[in-house]
Design a protein. Structure first.
Lengths: 330, 340, 498
């Protein structure tokens, strides 16, 4: 078996097909249990729309996890961005709201990136601390009160274009951009390198600091965009709504085949996983399963994907050892 | 023919040993207390002091547990959820009018059991602790609303005995007593038990620990179970402080526990850290919320302050590590041990 | 001397690989027995069998004339077999005392409870260190110790188990000459106490200085076992490669041109002091010195991998400002690190991706990678450098040490440098590949490249270099031309002996 074929298996071409299969099976089974589910209107306006924020943030998070990093503060960045934007919009107008929202998201992401890249503190610890810090700031500036949506967010969250919600169009565009970034650009390649061996990557002349700061800041930016959509959809947010977001976003990334240890990952997988979680969440709602059980199921999905994935990697490794040895003999 | 292989014996090395993290922390504590004296003198009223010590007790007991977990190189963000579950469990038991002696064992059992689950996910299923405990946070917190409708009211009078009536000399709350006993046992335990050495070894180099004959999985799970039991104690103490128990009692508490441990000088990477540091760390944290209150700052900001403290203390200790590394490298370059 | 250990006809296979066959080995109490062989010859597997990490498929392990089967490392451990690896398995944040006794601390009962007996442990540790003639502060954390000291701690640790068979796996790789001498002293002390020492090393000079017998293994089989006094280097090398190898440093005569590179007054506080030297076109300039002399630090400072405080660098007569490694690469200076697994190569990625990495920007348009160009470059180098792999998509981790090193070098060459700084390029590489790499180096200078060769292997320096600069304690201590240099001269300067 040629090396190229070995490599393909590793990159998970067959893995993505399994994800697609799971998606189809889930979709069809839930559809059979409840016909409303198959209604295109439902699919677009409920199933897909509900998963957009998570889907959007999962894209840059995939990049981050490939570098064997992580960003636990994404939920907090979203909320802080939504809240600051909302407060600014309430007193100054929609445009300042947009500017502040974006600025806060970018600033938070930048902060994460700087601490991770320049101070060399582990992303886990850094973003755990900023998770608390950003959420705490959100609590402080609102004193626990709600913040309300404004024109722009309503637009982002609810407007449709040719029958499709704008948020879905935005996601589609951004998703394609991220696919391209990961598979075809120098930035994308350097992510895998950093994930495998950061030192060697630096010694190869790649400015790892710049790369890391870029992706964390990018993540912050996307949290801000997701925040606009979120605020628009829910019309009001409080500082403590972000709690389950982190888990669901990480679940999507892991389910999509990105290894939590870094070096391995595929944007298409993340997109497929987003669809799967989307189907799962809306499907469970349609089947009248309470929210809390849904959260538990999300957690279980995460755990199962991690286990399955590590088994697959082990098997792949053992297979390769055998094949390499066979090759060495010839 | 002997030589000193550690560079000791040179002038100044003795003084270096004294300037450890603990000393810096003690200084910080004194500074904070002085500031309070100056700006908020009524902070030192007996009631307030006792209530601060109360909070300090819960914190420290939980933080000792978290400390054990962090030493092994793991982390536990589900501590708050575990404490919430403990609270509800103890409340359930309390409603059945059993004597209060039952509360503590029940709390510890529930805490230990849940934490055991964490331990299994991390060791047997080999899930990284951050992800595992993220998932279990949702799991534990998510089960509660299914089991309980809203909050639990109308608990019998004896429920709050521990908090309000069991006071030493009439003033010192039982929680403080528990804390002191646990802290003292913990300090002795970490120095004199073989188990503790295994925890440190695992945090340093799990593979090497395995080769040295340590059963890594078993030890880590044991560590989680002990931590869980401690969360159980903390949870029981917290919940018996009132006659109404909510589902989100412990929500967010893990943040404070982690902050206490990190502030106390334990490295989040594992392998090092002393209980006495965590004691000081927890103490400083327990002063913050009330201190902020007394100085006129809204308590809504205490979460942010907590987060900032974690971030700053991690940054500071990282800078300290980096400077020490540079110093060590220069030292190694310049001193080749002499064999006479 | 009694026979303390014997292995008979050991066979060990892994999925698809026959690692050991017909492996036999015997060890006498009180002897120092060397094991020699190329990388991949089976030394590590053999040691893993002896220490119980692997279980042999068939064959006997006989200790003190009794047969044993090792199911797990503890089985070997309990019989007194201890191994000291290159990467020490010590716990950095714990003290020497804690490390030595981890897992088997001495305890005593206090009020019915079992607690650690620190005094008891300190006493025993002191006894052991006395035996080794070392005075050590037991409460120092491992992270503060140097490599040599860590090895001493490992040895002490093994002694607390009353180990009678010590396996030293490439122990001198990172030691200074003085530390090597100290280590040899300890080995001799152990020998006099009846302990048997297995000494695994590439360094033939050390084997001839320290050992009583030497066993050569090749391709997983036992080849020969001779008394050291009855054999010589050429013999051993013959056994190791299966053919005699003369002249394995094929240095061609190359016309050396004018000065192409100059360093002036380079300073790095606490590390490098006032370094000035120059290199000429087509020259192989060697850097000798004991471990810790500052050669790697100098190379990294020159290349911008670390910051220098002062100093000017000139390339082709023009000053170049180097603040980052990218600047060095711009100035056509490339550095190949000594620790290739850690710094040079990303073993989980393919040969192609590795080779293209340093010049990813060149191989891309507007940040979009030109995959065809990347493939072309990789194929070119595989051919020219002679990397043995089915194709460019092969993962580096599946290559042998020698081939990995070739990828490392290719990575550097793909940048088309004028000055190539090689830091220990043949460390951990087997004899065959070593010769091939030397051949490559020779060809490079023939084509006009200038090479700075940092090496700790005297024969390599003496055989390959036109000039040799010796460093000590961050300073340049001396310089010799090819014609006048000898090993003794280098050592004398490196040790600052009058």
């Amino acid at each position: 078996m040629k090396a190229k074929e070995l490599n393909k298996k590793k990159s998970g071409l067959s893995f993505n097909s399994s994800l697609l299969l799971i998606f189809v099976v889930l979709f069809v089974s839930i559809g059979l249990m409840n016909n409303n589910f198959l209604n295109p209107n439902y699919i677009i306006n409920v199933m897909l729309k509900n998963i957009i924020e998570i889907g959007l943030v999962a894209l840059p998070l995939t990049l981050i996890i490939i570098t064997s990093g992580i960003d636990l503060s994404v939920g907090s960045i979203m909320i802080l961005s939504a809240i600051s934007g909302g407060i600014a919009a309430a007193s100054l107008g929609s445009v300042p709201g947009i500017i502040v929202g974006l600025a806060v998201g970018v600033a938070c992401g930048l902060m994460n990136g700087l601490v991770v890249a320049k101070l060399k503190i582990s992303p886990l610890v850094t973003t755990l601390a900023t998770l608390f810090l950003f959420r705490g700031i959100a609590k402080g500036i609102t004193s626990g009160d709600s913040v309300y949506s404004y024109d722009f967010t309503t637009f982002m969250g609810n407007q449709t274009l040719f029958g499709l919600p704008i948020s879905i169009i935005i996601y589609a565009v951004v998703a394609v951009i991220f696919c391209v970034i990961l598979s075809k650009t120098t930035l994308g390649r350097s992510l895998f390198a950093i994930g495998f061996n950061e030192n060697a990557t630096r010694y190869s002349g790649i400015k790892a600091d710049k790369v890391l700061i870029t992706i964390y800041t990018l993540c912050g930016l996307l949290c801000a965009i997701a925040a606009f959509i979120y605020l628009g959809r829910f019309t009001s947010v409080k500082f403590d709504v972000a709690n389950t977001l982190n888990l669901r976003i990480i679940t999507v990334v892991v389910l999509g085949g990105t290894s939590i240890n870094g070096g391995i990952g595929d944007m298409k997988g993340t997109i497929l996983a987003t669809l799967i979680i989307g189907v799962l969440n809306s499907g469970l709602t349609v089947l009248n399963i309470p929210i809390d059980v849904q959260t538990i199921i999300n957690g279980i999905v995460l755990v199962i994907s991690l286990i399955v994935y590590s088994i697959l990697i082990e098997k792949e490794k053992n297979k390769r050892i055998l094949e390499v040895a066979a090759m060495k003999k010839t | 023919m002997k030589h000193n292989s550690d560079g000791s014996g040179q002038p100044g090395s003795g003084i270096k040993k004294g300037l450890t993290t603990e000393v810096y922390l003690f200084i910080l504590v004194i500074v904070i207390m002085l500031i309070l004296r100056l700006f908020a003198a009524d902070f030192y009223s007996l009631n307030n002091v006792m209530s601060t010590f109360n909070y300090f007790s819960y914190l420290l007991i939980g933080a000792v547990g978290m400390n054990l977990i962090i030493i092994t190189g793991n982390i536990d963000v589900s501590a708050g959820a575990i404490i919430s579950v403990v609270g509800i469990a103890v409340a359930f038991v309390g409603k059945t009018n059993v004597p209060f002696e039952v509360f503590l064992p029940v709390g510890m059992a529930v805490g230990a059991g849940l934490s055991f689950m964490n331990g299994i996910f991390i060791t047997k299923l080999r899930i990284p602790s951050i992800v595992a405990t993220l998932a279990t946070t949702q799991l534990f917190a998510g089960i509660l609303p299914l089991v309980v409708d809203g909050a639990i009211y109308d608990l019998p009078a004896n429920f709050t005995w521990l908090a309000f009536n069991a006071k030493l000399f009439g003033i010192i709350p039982s929680s403080v007593l528990f804390m002191i006993i646990i802290a003292v046992i913990a300090i002795i335990f970490m120095k004199y038990s073989r188990f503790a050495k295994k925890l440190y070894a695992i945090g340093n180099n799990a593979n090497a620990a395995k080769l040295a004959g340590v059963n890594v999985n078993k030890t880590v799970v044991k560590g989680f179970v002990i931590a869980g039991a401690l969360y159980g104690v903390a949870g029981t103490l917290i919940v018996t402080a009132g006659q109404r128990v909510t589902m989100t009692m412990g929500s967010g508490l893990e943040m404070t526990l982690i902050a206490a441990v990190v502030l106390g000088g334990t490295s989040i990477a594992g392998g090092s850290g002393k209980i006495i540091g965590t004691v000081v760390g927890a103490f400083i944290l327990s002063l913050i919320s009330p201190a902020m209150n007394y100085m006129g700052l809204s308590s809504d900001w205490s979460d942010a302050v907590m987060g900032a403290i974690i971030l700053v203390s991690v940054i500071v200790s990282q800078i300290a590590v980096m400077t020490e590394k540079n110093k060590l490298n220069t030292m190694k370059l310049n001193c080749n041990p002499e064999v006479k | 001397m009694n026979e303390i250990l014997r292995l008979n006809n050991i066979i060990k296979t892994f999925p698809g690989v026959l690692a050991l066959s017909n492996m036999s080995f015997d060890l006498k109490a009180g002897e120092v027995h060397a094991i020699c062989g190329e990388n991949g010859a089976g030394k590590s597997t053999l040691m893993n069998i002896v220490t119980g990490v692997y279980k042999a498929d068939s064959g006997d392990i006989i200790v003190d004339e009794k047969k044993y089967v090792f199911e797990k490392p503890n089985d070997a451990f309990d019989l007194g077999i201890a191994i000291i690896h290159q990467e020490t398995s010590l716990f950095e944040e714990m003290t020497i005392l804690e490390n030595i006794f981890l897992g088997h601390e001495i305890t005593k009962k206090v009020a019915g409870i079992r607690v650690i007996d620190y005094e008891g442990m300190e006493k025993e540790a002191e006894n052991i260190f006395d035996l080794m003639n070392l005075s050590i502060d037991l409460n120092v954390k491992i992270k503060k110790l140097g490599m040599a000291q860590k090895q001493m701690v490992e040895i002490a640790k093994a002694l607390t188990f009353n180990s009678r068979i010590f396996i030293l796996d490439e122990p001198t790789a990172s030691l200074t000459q003085r530390e090597v001498a100290a280590l040899f002293e300890i080995v001799r002390k152990l020998k006099s106490k009846g302990v048997a020492v297995v000494y695994i090393s590439h360094r033939l000079e050390e084997i001839f200085e320290l050992c009583d017998r030497v066993t050569v293994v090749r391709d997983g089989q036992f080849i020969s076992c001779k008394n050291v006094s009855e054999t010589n280097k050429h013999d051993l090398v013959s056994d190791m490669v299966g053919r005699s190898m003369d002249n394995y440093y094929p240095k061609a005569d190359v016309k050396i041109g004018g000065e192409i590179f100059k360093v002036e007054g380079l300073n790095q506080r606490g590390v490098l002091s006032d370094i000035s030297f120059s290199a000429r076109k087509g020259e192989i300039l060697g850097f000798a010195g004991l471990a810790g002399a500052g050669r790697t630090e100098l190379a990294q400072a020159i290349c911008g991998l670390t910051k220098k405080d002062r100093g000017k660098i000139y390339m082709n007569g023009r000053e170049v400002k180097i603040h980052h490694y990218q600047d060095a690469m711009q100035s056509e200076i490339v550095y190949v690190s000594e620790d290739r697994g850690k710094y040079g190569l990303i073993v989980e990625m393919s040969i192609k991706h590795n080779i293209s990495m340093p010049q990813l920007e060149k191989l891309s348009k507007n940040s979009f990678i030109d995959f065809k160009a990347e493939q072309k470059v990789a194929d070119e180098y595989i051919k020219n450098v002679g990397i043995k792999a089915p194709d460019a998509d092969f993962f580096v981790e599946n290559l042998s040490g020698g081939n990995q090193q070739k990828v490392s070098v290719s990575k550097a060459l793909a940048l088309k440098p004028k000055l190539l700084i090689l830091d220990e390029p043949t460390r951990g590489v087997d004899v065959n590949a070593k010769a091939e790499i030397h051949y490559i180096i020779s060809k490079l200078v023939e084509e006009g490249l200038t090479i700075i060769l940092i090496s700790s292997e005297m024969p390599e320096l003496l055989g390959m270099c036109d000039r040799i600069i010796i460093m000590k304690n961050g300073k340049i201590a001396g310089e010799f031309d090819r014609k006048e240099v000898t090993q003794e001269k280098i050592l004398k300067v490196a040790l600052e002996i009058e």
